[in-house]
Design a protein around this ligand. Structure first.
Ligand SMILES: C[S@@+](CC[C@H](N)C(=O)[O-])C[C@H]1O[C@@H](n2cnc3c(N)ncnc32)[C@H](O)[C@@H]1O
Length: 290
């Protein structure tokens, strides 16, 4: 019977995933193998010549087969990395994206300009990655995070528990601001952040298979022009923001101008800034209230 070492498996899996057109095949192979063998990625290399048992090989083979059909690696292993944290994910929530780390960075920078406990609202929290990363990096943040999908909120709850953030993050189920009653839950917020669904009808049809077939439509699609959720947030946001507060949104690459106009029309923001991501696409809007 053929002997399979970690080294041989890494090469075989990455070659198979390359042939199937999967992104980052070597990294994907490492993540799958680490998951099956319960080893850190670095340990795959320190135990390069270790032989892998049949039972583990069978498990790996099944995961590799699914990965070859473009099922996201993060769903297969149940976690992903975000802002140097390991975030649990399931197919009920969006897989946190590197672009969203810029939103967290701007949020933490804004909070660090202020003193004392800061009230934060994270709308459309999904896995809770934004709320968790803010809480880890700015301990004075007290965040209310909402999502309309209870199954996604269950994932957020697992991440809150994983990082022992129960005192810092409150999860509420419902449509945007609906579950938040300002006078009852908190005063107003110092900061509202949101990475909402923002994919338009035509973009949705063209999404890559690993996204369209596996990630929740509710987390992606936001009406024909992809702006439905922004319009609703911006219409309501004033009554939830303190006078010197900020709103930070993730946006689609072609939405910067339209969102700036919507924000300007409210007449409540003194400074509106649109920033590009590492691919040079518009990605983050920061709006500061007077
Ligand atoms: C793009 S995902 C973002 C998830 C997470 N914040 C992140 O950055 O990875 C959008 C999330 O919005 C939620 N959602 C969609 N419509 C909503 C609504 N009307 N009210 C609250 N949440 C909503 C979805 O369930 C999904 O979890």
């Amino acid at each position: 019977m053929e002997t399979w070492t970690i080294s041989k498996l890494l090469n075989w899996v990455s070659q198979y995933l390359t042939e199937k057109g999967i992104d980052s095949p070597r990294l994907s192979a490492e993540l799958l193998l680490s998951d099956v063998l319960k080893l850190k990625r670095i340990e795959l290399y320190t135990q390069y010549n270790k032989t892998v048992e049949k039972q583990q090989l069978d498990k790996l083979r099944e995961l590799v087969r699914r990965a070859g059909q473009h099922e996201p690696i993060a769903y297969l292993v149940g976690k992903t990395e975000f802002y140097s944290m390991e975030i649990n994910v399931t197919p009920d929530c969006l897989i946190p994206r590197p672009e969203t780390e810029l939103l967290v960075q701007r949020a933490v920078e804004f909070l660090r300009t202020r003193d004392g406990i800061q009230r934060v609202c994270d709308l459309c929290t999904g896995s809770g990655c934004i709320a968790a990363a803010i809480a880890k990096n700015y301990p004075n943040a007290r965040t209310i995070a909402t999502d309309i999908c209870d199954a996604a909120l269950a994932v957020a709850a697992s991440n809150v528990l994983k990082y022992q953030l129960q005192d810092k993050i409150t999860l509420l189920s419902g449509d945007l601001f609906d579950p938040i009653i300002p006078q009852l839950d908190v005063g107003k917020f110092d900061l509202i952040v949101c990475n909402p669904p923002y994919v338009s009808g035509s973009e949705y049809e063209k999404l890559e298979k690993n996204i369209k077939d596996y990630e929740p439509r509710l987390a992606l699609f936001a009406g024909e022009d992809g702006m439905d959720i922004y319009r609703r947030i911006i219409e309501e946001v004033d009554s939830f923001l303190k006078t010197d507060a900020a709103l930070i949104l993730e946006i689609g690459y072609a939405q910067g101008r339209a969102i700036k106009e919507l924000l300007e029309q409210t007449g409540i923001f003194i400074e509106i800034k649109i920033e590009k991501d590492f691919n040079n696409n518009d990605r983050i809007v920061t709006a500061k209230k007077s």
